[in-house]
Design a protein around this ligand. Structure first.
Ligand SMILES: Cc1cc2nc3c(=O)[nH]c(=O)nc-3n(C[C@H](O)[C@H](O)[C@H](O)COP(=O)(O)O)c2cc1C
Length: 189
C-alpha cells in the first residue's frame, strides 16, 4: 500500500466527526451494499454473525417515526412536543440503517461480546459511509432497546438496536475537533 493511502486511511480514522445535519442525496443501493459489507467484517467471536442491518429510506421513514412515537406512548409519554419530535426524528437524514444485535445463544460467546461485534459493525459502517463521501451520525435514544421498536424492525425478543446510523450528504461545515493528547489516555504496563 502506498504511504499516501496509509495517510488517508489514518485521516479517515483520526478526523472522523459526526454530522447531525444530513440531506439528500443519501447513499445509492450499491453504496449501501458496500457499507453493509464493511459492517459484516466486524470482529466476531465464533463467527456467529450476531447482527442484522435494516435499511430505512424515503417514505418508510414516516413509518419509523410512527414506531418511535408509539414507543413513547407505550412508556406513558403524553407531552405533545416530545411525541411530535419522535415522529419527525427519522427525517433528519435521507437514509437510516438500524444496526441490530441479532443475539445468538452460545456457550462461550456472551451477550457483551456480541454487542461488541455489532458496535464494531456500526462503527465500520460509519467509516465506510464517510469514505464514500457521506456524513454519518450514530443515534440510539430510548428506542434502541424498546421491544416494540425492535419487533417493528423485524428483531426478536433477545435482540436490540445497537445504533441507528443516520446517513446523508453533509449540510454545513464539520465541527471543530477538540485537540486531545494521546499521552493522556495511555500508559505502558
Ligand atoms: C452507542 C451510541 C449511542 C449514541 N446515541 C446518540 C443519540 O441517541 N443521540 C445523540 O445525539 N448522539 C448519540 N451518540 C453520540 C453521537 O453519535 C456522536 O458520537 C457524538 O455527538 C459526538 O460527536 P463525534 O462523533 O463527532 O465526536 C451515540 C453514540 C454512541 C456510540
Amino acid at each position: 500500500m502506498m504511504s499516501t493511502d496509509v495517510n488517508s486511511l489514518l485521516e479517515l480514522l483520526t478526523d472522523r466527526v459526526s454530522h447531525s445535519a444530513l440531506g439528500l442525496p443519501g447513499p445509492t443501493p450499491d453504496q449501501i451494499t458496500d457499507i453493509v459489507r464493511a459492517g459484516m467484517r466486524a470482529p466476531d467471536h465464533g463467527l456467529l454473525r450476531p447482527w442484522h442491518f435494516v435499511v430505512i429510506e424515503g417514505d418508510r421513514r414516516e413509518q419509523l417515526g410512527t414506531v418511535l412515537q408509539n414507543s413513547l406512548r407505550l412508556r406513558g409519554v403524553t407531552d405533545e412536543s416530545q411525541l411530535a419530535k419522535a415522529l419527525k426524528a427519522p427525517q433528519r437524514a435521507p437514509t437510516i440503517i438500524a444496526v441490530m444485535l441479532q443475539f445468538k445463544n452460545h456457550p462461550k460467546v456472551e451477550r457483551n461480546e456480541q454487542i461488541g461485534s455489532a458496535a464494531a459493525a456500526a462503527y465500520a459502517m460509519s467509516l465506510a459511509s464517510n469514505a464514500l463521501g457521506f456524513g454519518s451520525m450514530w443515534r440510539t435514544g430510548v428506542y434502541a432497546t424498546d421491544p416494540s421498536v425492535v419487533a417493528a424492525l423485524g428483531g426478536g425478543v433477545q435482540d436490540e438496536v445497537i445504533g441507528f446510523l443516520y446517513l446523508g450528504t453533509r449540510e454545513g461545515p464539520s465541527k471543530k475537533l477538540p485537540v486531545l493528547d494521546p499521552a493522556e489516555f495511555m500508559t505502558h504496563f
